[in-house]
Ligand binder design. Structure first.
Ligand code: HEC
Length: 167
């Protein structure tokens, strides 16, 4: 009688244990599958295969935040040698040489399309101008008043990284 009882207890214990194992396996599956890889774990070639940011989105930002100064006839446009109105913004930026002498001697383009996504970013003076604090050699951070939103900065960044296409 006593033996029988202990056998039953044993069975109860092992079926409880089996349930516990099943439940914890299910939990770890749910937790693992909810973690998708974030941007930092993607290699640059994977980033390159992401949908490309359209030039149109970049031009929209330039037209609303930059052309008050960077338009034909403005003093700021002649100081910087840069016009960002729709008619010539793309040609003024992509693979064009910067007017800033430090950027020029560093070998930067206004927007570079050579190398991988990291090279393009580090060789693009446009990226330096919207992303880093003002520096005596590189001039002021753009725009000079206020600053771009994080999402605007991200749009310009991903456009440069993905090769600065015009479509
Ligand atoms: C209030 C006027 C003003 C606004 C607004 C402005 N800029 Fe500028 N920008 C300048 C001036 C002046 C210079 C030249 C001096 C300097 O580099 O700090 C310049 C220089 C630049 C240069 C360097 C050009 C070169 O070849 O050396 C880039 C790139 C640039 N601006 C991009 C932008 C972008 C992008 C915006 C909008 C997000 C913007 N600017 C908004 C006045 C302005």
């Amino acid at each position: 009688m006593i033996e029988k009882k202990s056998v039953t207890n044993n069975n109860l214990f092992s079926s409880w244990l089996t349930k516990l194992i099943k439940i914890s396996a299910l939990f770890s599956f749910v937790i693992l599958s909810s973690c998708s890889p974030d941007d930092s774990t993607l290699s640059s070639s994977e980033k390159d295969s992401e949908p490309q940011t359209k030039w149109e989105s970049v031009q929209t930002i330039l037209s609303s935040r930059c052309i008050s100064c960077h338009r034909s006839g403005r003093r700021h446009a002649s100081i910087s040698g840069l016009i960002l109105t729709e008619d010539i913004a793309y040609a003024s930026l992509v693979n064009a040489l910067p007017k800033n002498s430090k950027a020029l001697s560093d070998g930067k383009k206004r927007v570079s399309t050579s190398g991988n996504s990291e090279d393009r970013l580090s060789n693009s003076f446009l990226w330096t101008k919207i992303n880093t604090i003002s520096n005596s050699a590189y001039g002021s951070k753009m725009p000079t008043r206020g600053s771009l939103s994080f999402s605007d900065i991200a749009i310009i960044k991903s456009w440069i990284e993905s090769g600065a296409l015009e479509n």
